[in-house]
Design a binder for this molecule. Structure first.
Ligand code: ATP
Length: 363
């Protein structure tokens, strides 16, 4: 059982305000991912939970106990790092047993825990080897094993898959997810990779410049981004954005821009109304655009010219010019579009996003 509560957490490194007023409640057994671009403060936040970094202000509680001044040893957490941090001169067994020996566990208990963890991770056959005799994926399993044997209240992961090649990352990602389901230990995971965040997290915390931008389950972040940053960060290829002007015509609101003419769905009537006559940012994801015959009325459409055709197999990505900007449309692999083709694109009206141009918040 472990809940982690982060209250008004701040970190200053001299004049760098690295973590700004972070508040977060992590539930028992939850897998929470902190994600954001380099320098957003995610690692610093994790290290403060671990006790490896001092807290400038705010509190961290594990199961209602304030741990601000507890040494890392005494927090009952286990951390897995990107660089594995294995002892090169020790066998796999000793690497996994080391933390327990330091804590003066009985030999038989150590043996049992290491065997159990090795079995869970499928590394029973490598226990006598040294880390240098292992592949990257196997080393990362040992690093995980070292954390598992501790039976900690909380796992902390700092970009643990970053050193693996693309294929192995995907494989280890699945293994981590299974592992979490099996052990059910509360986990906080840091990554800059939004796909990793989306696939692993029960909830995802998007950070930028030390601030939390949004906390939500992966589909919530995807479907209802709170602001332009989250909308652009989550999802690959990224959401398309264009500046449009909101106009009122015959009782309807329209979003009009260069090559763009879209009737705002009724659901937006109230929230977009105050923007009539003003510019806003309109957003649409690549998969929510589709090609329609250009005989379709130009009422609800985007006029585009194909610039690049990327055939990915399962789908085709069309980079298209819409007025002065480029958008990406993800279309069926059967579509035969060529560079310079003129296309009319329709949008899925339920999937339109609008953002305040200055505050960057979702409308
Ligand atoms: P990355 O993915 O690159 O590790 P991050 O989101 O984890 O980035 P942090 O490592 O938490 O970011 O750093 C947040 C900010 O704090 C950055 O601006 C960084 O330069 C600064 N910072 C981190 N550690 C220190 C330090 N020891 N001294 C001074 N500034 C630091």
């Amino acid at each position: 059982m472990a809940q982690v509560a982060i209250r008004n957490l701040n970190k200053m490194y001299d004049d760098v305000h690295a973590v700004k007023d972070v508040n977060l409640d992590i539930r028992d057994k939850e897998f929470v991912v902190l994600v954001g671009p380099s320098g957003c403060g995610k690692t610093t936040t994790l290290r403060m939970v671990a006790g490896l970094e001092s807290i400038t202000s705010g509190r961290i509680l594990i199961d209602d106990q304030v741990v601000n001044d507890l040494a890392p040893m005494d927090r009952d957490i286990a951390m897995v790092f990107q660089n594995y941090a294995l002892y090169p001169h020790m066998s796999v067994y000793d690497n996994m047993a080391f933390g327990l020996k330091m804590r003066k566990f009985e030999k038989s208990e150590i043996q049992k825990r290491v065997q159990d963890a090795a079995e869970i991770l499928g590394i029973q056959d490598y226990l006598k080897r040294k880390p240098r005799q292992l592949s990257g994926g196997q080393r990362q399993r040992v690093a995980l094993g070292r954390a598992i044997v501790r039976h900690p209240r909380v796992f902390l992961f700092d970009e643990p898959l970053s050193n693996l090649d693309a294929k192995l990352r995907v494989q280890m990602r699945v293994e981590l997810k299974k592992l979490h389901e099996r052990l059910g230990t509360t986990a906080i995971y840091v990554t800059h990779d939004q796909v990793e965040a989306m696939t692993l997290g029960d909830r995802v915390v998007v950070m930028r410049d030390g601030w939390v931008q949004q906390v939500g389950d992966p589909m919530e972040l995807y479907n209802e981004p709170a602001n332009l940053f989250v909308a652009g960060f989550i999802g690959s290829p990224a959401m398309n954005f264009a500046t449009v002007r909101i106009t009122a015509e015959n009782g309807d609101l329209w979003a009009v821009g260069d090559g763009i003419r879209l009737k705002a769905p009724a659901a937006f009537a109230n929230s977009l109304g105050p923007y009539t006559g003003k510019e806003v940012v309109f957003g649409i994801r690549p998969e929510n655009l589709r090609i329609v015959p250009d005989t379709d009325p130009a009422e609800m459409s985007i006029d585009a010219i194909v610039e690049v055709v990327e055939r990915l197999g399962s789908e085709i990505l069309l980079d298209v010019a819409v007025g002065p900007i480029t958008m990406v449309a993800a279309v069926e692999p059967t579509v035969r579009a060529k560079v310079h083709d003129r296309l009319r694109l329709a949008v899925n009206p339920d999937r339109l996003h609008f953002f305040d141009i200055e505050r960057e918040t979702a409308i």
